[in-house]
Design a protein around this ligand. Structure first.
Ligand code: ADP
Length: 605
């Protein structure tokens, strides 16, 4: 505090405050003007102390009143400066006795010119603007006259006018001396500044005055907005990321994590060559998993949206089998499972034997079933091949002596991402999409997949597909001609596959029958209970509850309603099972419109 000697004899009242120790010193001019000296912050006049309180930064500079030793108010202008050494230097200009005169007198207001603050002082009783600081004039580019003759809110940026008014009303309503808020001001040339505005009314010798003090906070606001924008970007990205991750199947996250994890491990300079090769292999395997997964997801999506049309062309069945055989033997070697016996069966050994269907799809389905067989079989054999069921259908099969599939697992494996619980080894990695895709492809070919399996003994997947639809249609039941009107009849269609239902719906459209749709056995029973149903078309292979079970349960409630099963007859005793469970008739898929209507006609009461 020894710097006081430098300022002691200056003619302006000055106070220096050490903001760390709260010690304060006033110079002689101060002591003379106010009749007391200042030793610490507490001893300082309360108003003056407030002038350096950070919450009121605008009061650091500007108009204030100070009580002198006789407890009279002395009006002062304070210019404050906080130094690097945490000292507040307050220099005070006493503006007694004629306040109005003071602000009209150019030489008197010079002190204000150096303060980097916008200041407006108004005499409220006459609404006269006494003073506008040069700083404000140069900043907002309006002259003293322009600022003086307009209400201050005219210069306020239009989106902030409401705020300004709210604050002024609040001040008025609550009888507050001062309000303090941030707002934008627009300059004459259209520049927008953020100002921290402080408006205060005060009394001086019985008259009302207002001081508006403005501090330019545009830079701070810009930083604040920038920070907020960055925060928002980060938050948005974070939200998107977690929504994406939440929706992303575990199957994709696992290889992704492996890729990111091993990639960062690769950066370690101390890795041995073997480790590096091993990590790269992990990354390659995981990348392939993701690629396969994506391919499958895209293909399933295309099938679900009917974007894939099956081809109908000559298929050289034996060459499909030969290709599948050589592929699987090659994989067998890679997986070091040469000990497994792989056998291929050809019902018709003639190399020129052909059927009409989609050869690419048949190959795709067979190779997927074969890959699974290889994946899940450690000892024994894999047999696959085909059998021509009749002139119109062909059965393909893939049989293994592997781990088998339990009835519980069977419920999930045809669903997307459905895998049995105990196969999470690296060797048996898979997405759980292959069977979903295969089933959908078989349905695309108008066929049906079937599975027979016993846990621990092995599995047999079969799929039967029609090989020449046109021929099939010619072997029909009595054709139906003329108008049919089943307006008063309700037919319950039990079908889990949307496209199959839409076929039936299209076939029955001309009959005007009232159609209701159940997606599985459970729904079929409750819909049967809730509606007066005249006939049921029952699909057999369905999730949750299949057609056999649903038929049995409906028969317990009703023994007469005609139930017509529709099935691909994947196995020889399927037809018998339909009748055993209580169906009146079995329609073999693919069903033609003529077949369907003729059959329904026979059974409708
Ligand atoms: P993934 O790509 O995981 O093999 P799939 O849809 O092809 O997916 O198979 C789903 C699940 O069905 C497998 O994870 C496995 O649990 C079971 N599975 C499929 N084929 C066989 C099989 N031949 N033997 C035993 N389990 C099998």
């Amino acid at each position: 505090m020894n710097s006081i000697s430098n300022i002691n004899y200056l003619p302006i009242p000055i106070v220096i405050i050490d903001l760390q120790s709260d010690e304060a010193l006033s110079n002689l001019a101060f002591n003379e003007a106010f009749g007391f000296s200042v030793a610490n912050l507490k001893a300082l006049n309360k108003r003056l102390a407030q002038a350096i309180v950070p919450e009121y930064p605008l009061e650091n500079n500007g108009y204030n009143t100070i009580n002198n030793q006789n407890n009279e108010f002395v009006s002062v202008i304070i210019a404050s400066n906080i130094t690097d050494h945490h000292k507040a230097i307050l220099s005070l200009q006493i503006i007694e006795p004629d306040f109005k005169f003071f602000f009209k007198n150019k030489s008197c207001v010079k002190l204000f010119s150096n303060i980097p603050l916008g200041i407006i002082i108004k005499h409220l009783d006459t609404d006269e603007t006494l003073f506008v600081s040069d700083y404000l004039i140069s900043k907002i580019e309006y002259s003293f006259e322009e600022i003086a003759k307009n209400p201050w809110r005219v210069f306020t940026y239009k989106e902030d006018i409401a705020l300004q008014e709210t604050m002024m009303n609040k001040k008025l309503k609550n009888g507050m001396n001062a309000v303090f808020f941030d707002k934008r001001i627009i300059s004459k040339s259209g520049k927008i500044f953020w100002f921290s505005e402080y408006i205060r009314t005060f009394e001086h010798l019985g008259e009302q005055y207002q001081i508006i003090a403005l501090r330019d906070v545009s830079n701070e606001k810009e930083i604040e907005t920038e920070l907020q924008r960055s925060k928002q970007i980060v938050e948005d990205a974070e939200r998107l990321k977690s929504a994406f991750l939440d929706n992303m199947p575990h199957e994709i996250r696992t290889p992704l994590h492996a890729i990111t994890g091993f990639t960062s491990l690769l950066a370690d300079p101390d890795l041995s060559n073997e480790e590096r090769i091993e990590y790269v292999k992990f990354i390659q395997d995981s990348s392939n998993d993701i690629l396969n997964l994506m391919d499958n997801i895209i293909e399933i999506a295309k099938l679900e949206t009917n974007q894939i049309k099956p081809k109908r062309e000559k298929c050289y069945v034996n060459s499909i089998i030969d290709k599948a055989y050589s592929d699987i033997v090659a994989k067998q070697n890679i997986l070091e499972k040469e000990h497994l016996e792989v056998k291929a069966f050809k019902d018709n050994p003639d190399p020129m034997f052909t059927v009409v269907s989609d050869p690419e799809r048949i190959h795709q389905i067979l190779s997927h079933l074969l890959n699974n067989a290889l994946k899940f079989t450690e000892i024994g054999s894999i047999e696959f091949g085909y059998q021509v069921a009749n002139n119109n259908q062909i059965d393909f099969f893939v049989k293994d002596t592997g781990i088998g599939i339990s009835p519980e697992e069977r419920k999930i494996i045809f669903k997307k991402f459905g895998k049995s619980g105990n196969i999470n080894t690296n060797k048996n990695r898979g997405s759980g999409l292959g069977l979903t895709l295969s089933k959908k492809l078989i349905e695309l070919l108008n066929g049906q997949i079937n599975l027979e399996s016993e846990k621990g003994k092995g599995s047999t997947f079969t799929f039967r597909i029609p090989i020449d639809n046109e021929q099939k249609i010619t072997i029909t039941r009595p054709s139906v001609s003329g108008d049919i009107n089943w307006k008063s009849k309700t037919i319950l269609i039990v079908e889990d596959t949307d496209s199959n239902y839409f076929f039936i719906e299209a076939f029955l459209e001309r009959t005007h029958a009232n159609l209701i749709w159940a997606h599985n056995g459970f729904e079929a029973i409750s819909m049967f209970n809730e509606n007066k149903v005249d006939l049921i078309l029952m699909d057999i292979m369905m999730p949750e509850m299949d057609g056999y079970e649903a038929t049995k349960q409906i028969r317990e409630i009703n023994s007469t309603v005609p139930i017509i099963a529709q099935t691909a007859l994947a196995l020889p005793d399927d037809e018998e099972k339909c009748y055993e469970s209580g169906c009146n008739y079995v329609l073999v898929k693919p069903i033609s419109s003529e077949d369907l209507i003729a059959t329904v006609k026979r059974f409708l009461p």
